[in-house]
Design a protein around this ligand. Structure first.
Ligand code: ZN
Length: 262
């Protein structure tokens, strides 16, 4: 057994037995952990009201040698994010952040970057009030996640040949110039590589140039105030992420429809 005290964000809570709780949590420096909180559902428990989603916690736990379920010994709320669960859009966006972190956090690896981007997302969703730009905040979060996973798509040059990949204007396209794009190929493509990729059986579509540029600006920290742009950027990041993770997170199902991808 080894004892750790870590700053923690809860990713998922699962009831265990009659009064206990198993939580999956992301620690600042100890990667993801599974914790058993004995008696957490009892009103007099030391953990009652401490293990809520979205809050910034400090937990002390004992880890068994060789991994497995750790035992929670002590918990303190460092920062209560009370506004977040009261706003449905913010709440949904926050669950999406938790689910993605749960999918990508690697056991036994210090995931402090992941912790930082999740903590920033939750903090911003909590503070932005009723008008939370939830899609924009998620778009920024997902862009940062893609970068940290080494998966950020090519947004300027061709993903295959690194050459110029000019946008072109399709007739009567109100979204403006479009660019060939393929998640399988790693992002934006030039005309030649797009044709080659299609021939090789890869799925190649097109995206409005301004949405792809919006993804890059989101990575730079920009929070898109234009709701349509924010949604479009969020959709690109989400689909790209899902493709490379090989899963469809519950909170991303809205992007699964083939109609959304031209
Ligand atoms: Zn190319």
């Amino acid at each position: 057994m080894s004892r750790c005290t870590e700053q923690v964000l809860i990713l998922q809570r699962v009831p265990y037995g009659e009064s206990s709780l198993v939580v999956r949590a992301l620690t600042r420096n100890d990667g993801p952990v599974h914790l058993l909180a004995r008696g957490a559902h009892r009103a007099k428990s030391a953990f009652a009201w401490t293990l809520d989603l979205f809050d910034e916690l400090e937990l002390t736990y004992r880890k068994p040698r060789g991994g497995g379920l750790a035992t929670l010994e002590k918990g303190t709320v460092l920062l209560r994010r009370a506004a977040l669960p009261k706003n449905l859009a913010a709440y949904r966006a926050a669950l999406c952040g938790l689910e993605l972190c749960d999918l990508v956090a690697r056991p036994g690896v210090n995931e402090h970057k992941l912790y930082e981007v999740l903590s920033q997302l939750l903090g911003d969703l909590d503070q932005s009030g009723a008008e939370a730009p939830d899609d924009a905040l998620l778009a920024r979060f997902e862009a940062q996640l893609l970068r940290d996973l080494g998966l950020f798509p090519a947004t300027n040059n061709c993903a295959e040949c690194a050459g110029d990949a000019p946008a072109y204007l399709a007739q009567e396209d109100e979204a403006g110039p479009r660019v060939p794009f393929s998640a399988e190929a790693g992002g934006r493509l030039c005309e030649t590589c797009a044709l080659a990729a299609k021939k090789a059986g890869r799925k190649v579509g097109t995206l409005p140039h301004r949405n792809l540029a919006g993804l890059e600006r989101a990575l730079g920290g920009e929070i898109h105030r234009d709701r349509k742009l924010a949604q479009a950027v969020h959709a690109i990041a989400a689909r790209f992420l899902d493709f490379h993770l090989g899963v469809l997170p519950r909170t991303h199902r809205q992007f699964a429809s083939p109609a959304a991808h031209r």
